[in-house]
Design a protein around this ligand. Structure first.
Ligand code: NAD
Ligand code: DAU
Length: 366
């Protein structure tokens, strides 16, 4: 039986990971440590309230004493580290929090792990798995080969620079101290519980309200899209059979220009809402409810400063070494995702208007 500490488990990927893990390993102990920033939502984990193998700790990864205590008292053997400031636009407006959380926070966790697992010398098998991003590799031209694990780091935003710093620290703690680490660098995730500041949920919810869809620059930037469960699957494969000290890239082999994703979203909504009077009544401000194409909301706005043009992931290593293969194609994953947001209106309304914080207080006294 494994005892996991999942940092950032109330965020988008973390909450999906906890679900994914529990479906596979029903007897493992899961402890989530999350500071519940604007992006963390305790309600995303409420289905675990009666799970005796699940604990939620409201706290900060930068709190060395707290992390050390959790590692010791709960005899944690595996850290899966998601906690981060994750939104590129926010890092442009306010980089400080990104350096504090992503670089310093990761360092605090590493120090605590070293103390608990190496200095205190229990000799127990342990793993520090660091969840990182393809953005550390910088940007690609249209004909450049995809990022491999050997591509030079060229982070372009304060977000990606702070993640690059954390990747280097993780590597150094393995090289210098022998901490058993693995790192994954993944492409753009989409799926349930994603905070509506990222492209897909933001555009979806804007469209439902008849608000503009703000396309940065010419909309021809390319991202590789991966359904969130397939990211979780990749992390599970690395935890199970990945080589300690190694880095694995995870991607969906689905490079798409933003405009193509946006057009697909618009067409889906036209079909869904146009063909369903009940949905049309729920979202009367959406163009589709009034017989107008959702694409009429597309609005070109000033580009993101320093905007990376293209990301692409070479998944050769994780595929050949660990037999990794994503289970969802973009079409089916995307449709499932839209359906989830339409079914879970209360979730996104609450995260957007902050009322989930009140709910958390009532429910958990925090
Ligand atoms: P998110 O913003 O949805 O969630 C981040 C979580 O971390 C939140 O629950 C937040 O409360 C928590 N957190 C933030 N600061 C904290 C702190 N100091 N202490 C404890 N908890 C804190 O992010 P996400 O999209 O789920 O991303 C998770 C991880 O995956 C990040 O490390 C990100 O860099 C990486 N990643 C994300 C993507 C993507 O497409 N979203 C792709 C590749 C890698
Ligand atoms: O590549 C992995 C990264 O993917 C993760 O490390 C980040 O945490 C995650 O946020 C994501 O970063 P991006 O910047 O690619 O995601 P975002 O959803 O913010 O934007 C996707 C693309 O859409 C990007 O080219 C910018 C564009 N965009 C985004 C927003 C929010 C718009 O055109 N308009 C928008 O309003």
């Amino acid at each position: 039986m494994a005892k996991l500490l999942v940092t950032g488990g109330a965020g988008f990927i973390g909450a999906n990971f906890v679900r994914f893990w529990r479906r596979r390993y029903e007897h493992d102990e899961l402890c989530v440590l999350d500071a519940l920033t604007y992006a963390g939502n305790r309600a995303s984990l409420s289905s675990f309230d009666n799970d005796p193998g699940f604990t939620f700790v409201h706290g900060d990864i930068r709190d060395y004493d707290l992390v050390t205590r959790i590692l010791r008292d709960r005899e944690i053997d595996t850290i899966v580290h998601f906690a981060a400031e994750s939104h590129v636009d926010r890092s442009i407006h306010g980089p400080d929090e990104f350096i504090d959380t992503n670089a310093n926070g990761t360092h605090t966790l590493l120090k605590a792990a070293k103390f608990a697992w190496l200095d205190q010398g229990s000799g127990r098998t342990h793993r520090f798995h660091h969840v990182s991003t393809d953005e550390v590799y910088g940007t690609l031209g249209p004909y450049d080969p995809a990022f491999t694990e050997h591509t030079a780091y060229t982070p372009n935003s304060p977000y990606s620079a702070s993640k690059a710093a954390s990747d280097h620290l993780v590597r150094a703690y393995h090289h210098t101290f022998g901490l058993a680490v693995t790192t994954t660098n993944c492409s753009n995730n989409y799926g349930p519980y994603q905070f509506p500041e990222k492209l897909i949920p933001l555009f979806l919810i804007n469209a439902l309200h008849g608000r503009a869809l703000p396309i940065y620059g010419d909309g021809q930037q390319v991202r590789d899209w991966l359904y969130v469960d397939d990211h979780c699957l990749g992390i599970c494969r690395v935890l199970a059979d990945g080589r300690v000290g190694e880095v694995y890239n995870i991607g969906g082999n689905t490079e798409l220009p933003n405009l193509q994703v946006i057009n697909q979203l618009c067409e889906h909504l036209d079909a869904l809402i146009g063909g369903d009077p009940e949905l049309a009544a729920r979202f009367p401000d959406s163009p589709a409810a009034r017989g107008i194409p959702t694409s009429s909301l597309k609005t070109y706005v000033k580009d993101r400063p320093g905007h990376d043009r293209r990301y692409a992931i070479d998944t050769g290593k994780i595929t050949s070494e660990l037999g990794y293969r994503p289970g969802h194609d973009f079409r089916s994953g995307f449709a499932a995702n839209l359906e989830w947001y339409l079914k879970n209106e209360s979730w996104w309304r609450e995260v957007m208007d902050g009322s989930y914080r009140k709910w958390t207080k009532q429910q958990y006294g925090k």
